[in-house]
Design a protein around this ligand. Structure first.
Ligand SMILES: Cc1ccc2c(c1)c1c3c(c(C)cc1n2CCCN)C(=O)NC3=O
Length: 269
């Protein structure tokens, strides 16, 4: 069993404002007392009793930490320290101030395909790196793609939140039902053995969005989507080819992150 630092996190870090919260718990800005450096603290509530509906199993937190400790890449959120008390574990991670990529794009009048390609290249480089270590993220969605700083000439992308991540072991099957309905791959809905290909079922604007989660899931399994002219009329055929090769139902046929990085839309000849 992994043992994290038992010091009181507040002895080393001044706890600041809440930056966000979600299934994982809360993220707060923290200031390292020794250096004055700002970090983000991810406060994860642990289950008080086995099987409790509230809080996370310690085992799943240990898995997230073990995965983060094995990832060092400029497009993946960095883990600095881990503290634990009786009821919670605190991950001290890189502070990412640029906000979510989704909001950055939404705030722009229009996004040039060249800008989209720059962002996509960084995401693919981060995903390619984690897949090369047999690690799948399993919750890649716009909310988990952030910008290190907002107003940089070419903003750095950071992939965050490895709470659903899994390290594959040769010959050991892995199935999961987790994820966010409009972004999960058909093999997850069908509870089939998974691979890192599930991360490649990328879609920012989900073309499968239904009125309800149930309808969305049916759309995904039925592969019923169209490139709505309202959103895709200005999208190049190369870009649509790229999207279609990702939204491939058979995970064995779907482009890998490596394939994507050499696709003509991303890497013109
Ligand atoms: C300035 C700011 C605002 C919201 C933040 C973060 C930073 C943030 C951060 C992280 C996570 C997992 C979630 C975060 N959230 C929650 C929302 C993420 N989709 C993180 O790992 N570093 C962050 O700075």
């Amino acid at each position: 069993m992994a043992v994290f630092k038992l010091d009181n996190v507040e002895d080393l870090y001044e706890i600041g404002d809440v930056l966000g919260s979600g299934h994982f718990g809360q993220v707060r800005e923290v200031r390292e007392r020794l250096t004055g450096t700002l970090w983000a603290g991810k406060f994860l509530k642990l289950q008080r009793s086995v099987g409790s509906r509230f809080g996370l199993e310690r085992k799943s937190v240990e898995q997230e930490v073990e995965i983060l400790q094995s990832l060092q890449h400029q497009n993946v959120m960095a883990l600095k320290d881990v503290f634990e008390s009786r009821a919670e574990v605190v991950l001290i991670v890189e502070l990412i101030r640029g906000g979510e990529l989704f909001d950055f794009i939404a705030e722009k009048e229009n996004l040039m395909e060249s800008e989209a390609i720059d962002f996509l290249k960084q995401i693919l480089q981060g995903v390619c790196y984690m897949h090369s270590k047999q690690i799948g993220h399993f919750d890649l969605k716009p909310e988990n793609i952030m910008l290190l700083v907002k107003h940089a000439p070419s903003p750095d992308i950071k992939i965050i939140d490895f709470g659903m991540a899994h390290r594959f072991i040769q010959g050991v099957e892995y199935r999961s039902m987790g994820g966010t309905p409009q972004y999960i791959a058909p093999e997850i809905i069908n509870f089939e053995p998974l691979s890192t290909a599930a991360d490649m079922w990328l879609s920012g604007l989900s073309p499968f969005q239904g009125e309800t989660d149930e309808e969305t899931l049916k759309n995904i399994v039925a592969m019923s989507y169209v490139f709505e002219p309202h959103y895709f009329s200005q999208t190049s055929s190369m870009a649509k080819d790229f999207i279609q090769k990702l939204l491939t139902k058979d995970q064995r046929e779907r482009m890998t992150a490596e394939d994507c990085l050499i696709h003509p839309w991303i890497k013109p000849l």
